[in-house]
Write a protein that binds this ligand. Structure first.
Ligand SMILES: [Fe+2]
Length: 191
Protein backbone atom coordinates (compact mmCIF):
# COMPACT_ATOMS: atom_id res chain seq x y z
CA UNK A 1 0.00 0.00 0.00
CA UNK A 2 1.32 3.43 -0.93
CA UNK A 3 1.15 5.20 2.41
CA UNK A 4 3.75 7.29 4.18
CA UNK A 5 4.90 4.26 6.21
CA UNK A 6 5.81 2.42 3.03
CA UNK A 7 8.97 4.22 1.94
CA UNK A 8 10.14 3.36 -1.59
CA UNK A 9 13.73 2.29 -2.29
CA UNK A 10 14.05 5.14 -4.79
CA UNK A 11 12.18 8.29 -5.78
CA UNK A 12 12.72 11.21 -8.15
CA UNK A 13 16.14 12.90 -7.89
CA UNK A 14 16.50 15.59 -5.20
CA UNK A 15 13.56 14.33 -3.11
CA UNK A 16 14.20 12.15 -0.06
CA UNK A 17 12.58 8.72 -0.18
CA UNK A 18 10.48 9.74 2.83
CA UNK A 19 9.16 12.83 1.03
CA UNK A 20 8.53 10.72 -2.08
CA UNK A 21 6.38 8.42 0.06
CA UNK A 22 4.49 11.35 1.59
CA UNK A 23 3.72 12.82 -1.83
CA UNK A 24 2.68 9.41 -3.19
CA UNK A 25 0.28 8.96 -0.27
CA UNK A 26 -1.29 12.37 -0.94
CA UNK A 27 -1.60 11.49 -4.62
CA UNK A 28 -3.27 8.14 -3.83
CA UNK A 29 -6.10 10.07 -2.16
CA UNK A 30 -6.41 12.32 -5.21
CA UNK A 31 -6.37 9.25 -7.49
CA UNK A 32 -9.24 7.79 -5.46
CA UNK A 33 -11.18 11.05 -5.74
CA UNK A 34 -10.61 11.39 -9.50
CA UNK A 35 -11.52 7.76 -10.21
CA UNK A 36 -14.67 8.16 -8.15
CA UNK A 37 -15.45 11.40 -9.99
CA UNK A 38 -15.17 10.06 -13.53
CA UNK A 39 -17.25 7.00 -12.64
CA UNK A 40 -19.86 9.23 -11.01
CA UNK A 41 -19.98 11.57 -14.00
CA UNK A 42 -20.63 8.59 -16.30
CA UNK A 43 -23.33 7.34 -13.92
CA UNK A 44 -25.02 10.75 -14.18
CA UNK A 45 -24.61 10.71 -17.99
CA UNK A 46 -26.66 7.49 -17.98
CA UNK A 47 -29.29 8.52 -15.42
CA UNK A 48 -30.33 12.08 -16.22
CA UNK A 49 -33.92 12.47 -17.41
CA UNK A 50 -36.28 15.32 -18.20
CA UNK A 51 -35.89 18.75 -19.84
CA UNK A 52 -32.37 19.57 -21.07
CA UNK A 53 -31.52 15.85 -21.11
CA UNK A 54 -29.39 15.93 -24.23
CA UNK A 55 -27.48 19.08 -23.20
CA UNK A 56 -26.46 17.64 -19.82
CA UNK A 57 -25.96 14.08 -21.15
CA UNK A 58 -23.55 15.41 -23.79
CA UNK A 59 -21.88 17.98 -21.54
CA UNK A 60 -20.68 15.21 -19.22
CA UNK A 61 -18.73 12.95 -21.60
CA UNK A 62 -15.84 15.41 -22.18
CA UNK A 63 -15.64 15.80 -18.39
CA UNK A 64 -15.45 11.99 -17.99
CA UNK A 65 -12.64 11.82 -20.56
CA UNK A 66 -10.69 14.71 -19.02
CA UNK A 67 -10.99 13.38 -15.46
CA UNK A 68 -9.87 9.92 -16.62
CA UNK A 69 -6.74 11.53 -18.09
CA UNK A 70 -6.15 13.35 -14.78
CA UNK A 71 -6.41 10.04 -12.90
CA UNK A 72 -3.90 8.50 -15.32
CA UNK A 73 -1.45 11.38 -14.81
CA UNK A 74 -1.79 11.18 -11.02
CA UNK A 75 -1.33 7.39 -10.97
CA UNK A 76 1.75 7.62 -13.18
CA UNK A 77 3.20 10.32 -10.93
CA UNK A 78 2.82 7.93 -7.97
CA UNK A 79 4.74 5.28 -9.91
CA UNK A 80 7.37 7.86 -10.97
CA UNK A 81 7.86 8.72 -7.31
CA UNK A 82 8.62 5.04 -6.61
CA UNK A 83 5.16 4.37 -5.17
CA UNK A 84 2.47 1.86 -6.01
CA UNK A 85 -0.71 3.38 -7.48
CA UNK A 86 -3.78 1.43 -6.40
CA UNK A 87 -6.51 1.55 -9.03
CA UNK A 88 -8.86 -1.33 -8.31
CA UNK A 89 -12.49 -0.71 -7.29
CA UNK A 90 -11.89 -2.58 -4.00
CA UNK A 91 -8.96 -0.35 -3.05
CA UNK A 92 -10.97 2.76 -3.88
CA UNK A 93 -13.94 1.72 -1.76
CA UNK A 94 -11.69 0.61 1.13
CA UNK A 95 -9.73 3.87 1.18
CA UNK A 96 -12.28 6.56 0.38
CA UNK A 97 -13.70 8.71 3.16
CA UNK A 98 -16.98 9.64 1.44
CA UNK A 99 -20.18 7.84 0.47
CA UNK A 100 -21.25 6.68 -2.97
CA UNK A 101 -23.10 9.26 -5.07
CA UNK A 102 -26.65 9.44 -3.75
CA UNK A 103 -28.85 9.86 -6.85
CA UNK A 104 -29.96 7.28 -9.40
CA UNK A 105 -32.46 8.20 -12.11
CA UNK A 106 -33.30 11.86 -11.50
CA UNK A 107 -33.92 15.08 -13.38
CA UNK A 108 -31.14 17.10 -14.95
CA UNK A 109 -31.51 19.91 -12.40
CA UNK A 110 -31.33 17.51 -9.44
CA UNK A 111 -28.17 15.85 -10.78
CA UNK A 112 -26.61 19.25 -11.49
CA UNK A 113 -27.36 20.34 -7.92
CA UNK A 114 -25.75 17.16 -6.56
CA UNK A 115 -22.77 17.53 -8.92
CA UNK A 116 -22.21 21.06 -7.60
CA UNK A 117 -21.65 19.42 -4.21
CA UNK A 118 -19.47 16.64 -5.69
CA UNK A 119 -17.20 19.14 -7.45
CA UNK A 120 -17.07 21.37 -4.35
CA UNK A 121 -15.71 18.45 -2.32
CA UNK A 122 -13.19 17.21 -4.90
CA UNK A 123 -11.87 20.70 -5.63
CA UNK A 124 -11.54 21.64 -1.94
CA UNK A 125 -9.52 18.49 -1.24
CA UNK A 126 -7.43 18.97 -4.40
CA UNK A 127 -6.61 22.54 -3.27
CA UNK A 128 -5.51 21.27 0.13
CA UNK A 129 -3.33 18.60 -1.52
CA UNK A 130 -1.81 21.22 -3.84
CA UNK A 131 -1.00 23.42 -0.84
CA UNK A 132 0.72 20.55 0.98
CA UNK A 133 2.74 19.45 -2.05
CA UNK A 134 3.90 23.04 -2.66
CA UNK A 135 6.22 22.41 0.31
CA UNK A 136 7.30 18.91 -0.78
CA UNK A 137 7.41 18.61 -4.58
CA UNK A 138 6.92 21.40 -7.14
CA UNK A 139 6.26 18.98 -9.99
CA UNK A 140 3.36 17.29 -8.16
CA UNK A 141 2.09 20.70 -7.11
CA UNK A 142 2.10 21.79 -10.79
CA UNK A 143 0.21 18.61 -11.75
CA UNK A 144 -2.49 19.26 -9.17
CA UNK A 145 -2.77 22.93 -10.12
CA UNK A 146 -3.26 21.85 -13.75
CA UNK A 147 -6.03 19.47 -12.63
CA UNK A 148 -7.66 22.29 -10.67
CA UNK A 149 -7.75 24.61 -13.66
CA UNK A 150 -9.93 22.09 -15.53
CA UNK A 151 -11.94 20.90 -12.53
CA UNK A 152 -12.92 24.46 -11.63
CA UNK A 153 -14.01 25.13 -15.22
CA UNK A 154 -16.17 21.98 -15.19
CA UNK A 155 -17.62 23.09 -11.85
CA UNK A 156 -18.56 26.38 -13.49
CA UNK A 157 -20.27 24.50 -16.36
CA UNK A 158 -22.40 22.74 -13.72
CA UNK A 159 -23.04 25.86 -11.66
CA UNK A 160 -24.05 27.95 -14.67
CA UNK A 161 -27.23 25.82 -14.78
CA UNK A 162 -27.95 26.65 -11.13
CA UNK A 163 -27.30 30.38 -11.27
CA UNK A 164 -29.83 33.19 -11.43
CA UNK A 165 -29.31 36.24 -13.62
CA UNK A 166 -28.43 38.02 -10.36
CA UNK A 167 -25.53 35.61 -9.81
CA UNK A 168 -27.05 33.61 -6.93
CA UNK A 169 -26.60 29.82 -6.77
CA UNK A 170 -29.74 27.84 -5.94
CA UNK A 171 -27.53 25.36 -4.03
CA UNK A 172 -25.90 28.05 -1.90
CA UNK A 173 -25.29 26.84 1.66
CA UNK A 174 -26.10 23.19 0.93
CA UNK A 175 -23.52 20.66 2.10
CA UNK A 176 -25.03 17.35 0.98
CA UNK A 177 -25.79 15.95 -2.45
CA UNK A 178 -29.45 15.32 -1.66
CA UNK A 179 -29.85 18.76 -0.07
CA UNK A 180 -28.22 20.42 -3.08
CA UNK A 181 -30.42 18.37 -5.45
CA UNK A 182 -33.55 19.50 -3.59
CA UNK A 183 -32.42 23.14 -3.51
CA UNK A 184 -31.69 23.04 -7.25
CA UNK A 185 -35.18 21.61 -7.95
CA UNK A 186 -36.84 24.27 -5.80
CA UNK A 187 -34.71 27.01 -7.38
CA UNK A 188 -35.83 25.92 -10.83
CA UNK A 189 -39.49 26.19 -9.83
CA UNK A 190 -38.93 29.65 -8.39
CA UNK A 191 -36.97 30.80 -11.46
FE1 LIG B 1 -22.79 7.59 -23.62
Amino acid sequence: MADSKNVPSYTVPSLSNEDGAKVAAILQERLNALTDLHLTLKHVHWNVVGPHFIAVHEMLDPQVDAVRLMADDVAERIATLGGEPLGTPGALVAQRTWDDYHLGRATTIEHLGALDEVYRGVISDHRAAADTTAELDDVTNDLLIGNLRELEQFHWFVRAHLETAGGELSTSGERSELGAARAAREGEHQG
